[in-house]
Design a protein around this ligand. Structure first.
Ligand SMILES: Cc1ncc(COP(=O)(O)O)c(C=O)c1O
Length: 366
């Protein structure tokens, strides 16, 4: 195998030629003064696309979630979120360290949702001084640990209703928001409508090199902008990177939203290929709790999560020796993520490489 096929994440994508051109030519200014026309255009575009009043360009998805929590949660207020979500497990405890907010982490079901009854019960009693006041509900869209599942529109509507009935806002960690838009076949505006605020990443399936957007009401974005400054995230001539975001969100042929359907088809192609291989098994956990064989139907967006009846480290090394990169994932599984730059022919090569890697590692302990 000559060229490397990197399926570790959709964060490994490189900017498209149109993005590179736009970046080279972007008009810029000092964004902390509000002077960068390209950033301003991107913020207007993101807000319009998701049907919100305002938007903020931030360095990363982690910063997007963090400034959102800072803008929503007074110190000591609590958020409700799924126990495997990025905000709970993969953001270095920033909710506790920086925001001063505990998270009430709820068990998730196989489809990535939290049971609505559990959410209802998780709200604290505002009259009980023992309990932190519930100040935010967070859902992850798509939901990574369940295998990149797109949380259904009805579920988001229901969670929003539960939160809003109690006077609490809903934040969507939409790192892969547009994968869900494409999968569910709804408009970005409809998917964002029940949420008060959404973070989405430009540097994952949308393939830009840097950045995420936070969208919400104008007063919320004003608070989030202050939080971004507090964290040292105010940037200067950052239109150079925002220019790639404008291309990613473009409705024309250079845009990156509609093409994510190819990533989903490629993930399914990969899952179909892997499921036929001797030694590929169910990933376990919430990605696929029961059964001994990989169920390809669970590859619904751009993630494929599976396990191998082999020593996982040896399998991944044997794959890497054949030019294919994947990563260890939760519950002893392996994760492959499809993205811009990986085509159907690459997927067929990946399946061949996996078959060989399974053969050479046969007999290693799982
Ligand atoms: C669901 C989810 N939320 C947030 C993030 C954070 O994004 P970033 O890596 O840009 O900080 C990630 C990154 O993988 C993610 O998967």
């Amino acid at each position: 195998m000559t060229t490397r096929i990197d399926l570790r994440s959709d964060t490994v994508t490189h900017p498209s030629p149109a993005m590179r051109r736009a970046m080279a030519e972007a008009p810029v200014g000092d964004d902390v003064f509000g002077d960068d026309p390209t950033v301003n255009a991107l913020e207007v575009k993101a807000a319009r696309l998701l049907g919100k009043e305002a938007a903020l360009f931030v360095t990363s998805g982690t910063m997007g979630n963090l400034v959102s929590m800072m803008a929503h949660l007074p110190r000591g207020h609590e958020a409700i979120a799924g126990e495997s979500t990025h905000t709970v497990t993969d953001e270095a405890g920033n909710h506790a360290v920086v925001v001063g907010a505990p998270i009430r982490a709820l068990r998730e079901q196989a489809d990535g949702t939290m049971a609505l009854r559990d959410i209802e019960r998780a709200f604290s009693d505002p009259d009980d001084p023992h309990q932190a006041l519930t100040g935010l509900v967070i859902v992850e869209q798509t939901h990574a640990h369940s295998g990149g599942r797109a949380l259904p529109m009805q579920y988001i509507d229901d969670v929003a209703r539960i939160a809003h009935d109690r006077g609490v806002p809903l934040h969507v960690d939409g790192a892969r928001f547009f994968n869900a838009v494409v999968k569910l076949g709804v408009s970005p505006e409809r998917l964002a409508a029940p949420a008060d605020t959404v973070t989405f990443c430009l540097s994952k399936g949308l393939s830009t090199p840097i950045g995420s957007m936070v969208v919400g009401s104008a007063p919320f974005i004003h608070r989030a902008r202050r939080a971004r400054k507090l964290l040292g995230g105010g940037m200067r001539q950052v239109g150079i990177v925002a220019a790639a975001g404008l291309i990613a969100l473009d409705e024309g042929e250079d845009g990156m939203i509609a093409r994510m359907a190819e990533d989903h088809a490629n993930a399914r192609r990969l899952a179909d290929g892997l499921a036929k291989l001797d030694g590929v098994i169910s990933p376990g956990g919430i990605a696929q709790p029961e059964g001994t064989l990989l169920d390809p139907e669970r590859a619904v967006t751009n993630f494929v999560i599976f396990s191998v009846a082999r020593d996982r480290t040896a399998f991944l090394a044997a794959l890497a020796a054949r030019g294919v990169l994947m990563v260890p994932y939760n519950d002893g599984s392996v994760r492959a993520v499809t993205h811009y730059g990986v085509g159907a022919a690459d997927i067929d090569r990946v399946v061949e490489a996996a078959a060989e890697a399974l053969k050479t590692t046969e007999g290693t302990a799982a």
